[in-house]
Ligand binder design. Sequence first.
Ligand SMILES: C[S@@+](CC[C@H](N)C(=O)[O-])C[C@H]1O[C@@H](n2cnc3c(N)ncnc32)[C@H](O)[C@@H]1O
Length: 231
Amino acid sequence: MPPAVDAIPHYLEKTYWWAYVHPRAVRFFERQWLVNLILWGNFERLRDAALDALGRRISGRTLQIACVYGNFSASLAGRMAPGSLLEVVDVLPIQLQNLRAKLPGSSQVHLHLYDSTALGFPDRSFDQAVLFFLLHEQPADVRTRTLSEALRVLKPGGKLVVVDYHRPWGWHPLRYLFKPVLQALEPYAMDLWNDEITKWLPAGFPADHIVKSNFYGGLYQQLVITVPAGR
Ligand SMILES: C[S@@+](CC[C@H](N)C(=O)[O-])C[C@H]1O[C@@H](n2cnc3c(N)ncnc32)[C@H](O)[C@@H]1O
């Protein structure tokens, strides 16, 4: 039996009720131009970088861990090869309903009410997975469990693509101007400014299986993590 989701995680309820939990939040934020503005005009670039890392044509079984406002999932679904499958999980029913309304009906896309820390899928059941701006919203212990679950459900040789915040380079004005905003609204995001995401990967995960890139003066990062073949 898959694990049931019987409560909203405390950090979502306390820190992010205004962004994801309240119905008015969903109505307000579900605007392509607004999600692009929040990412300083970089939404399409970051979305396409994540999708390109997954493949021009994506085969097999793909997992998107957490919904994203805007057309991220529709764009991902648009790259699915015939016979492939996209599964999207989220811990909030309202987010899954919102995503369902955005996606054209397709038997290739399945939505699931799961917590990222307890994915109800068997080990080694996905070819690739993507985490788009989820990790910065989670406290460190939750982030660790999310990464461990994402790796657990991937097949050996499978790919995990992570896109999220990062500390901008020293000359970047947003390093100083944006920091207080993030600290006030997204307190866990500072973890990703202060440490590498590898800190929350399982101990001993091989560094040569991780490729990191930065975008927009270092404010954003992408990791492409390949699951070791002999795992
Ligand atoms: C991917 S993140 C942020 C994406 C981006 N900022 C955007 O524009 O939408 C937002 C989603 O993560 C979901 N989420 C947060 N914690 C989760 C968890 N533990 N398990 C599954 N989904 C979670 C929220 O419900 C929300 O739908």
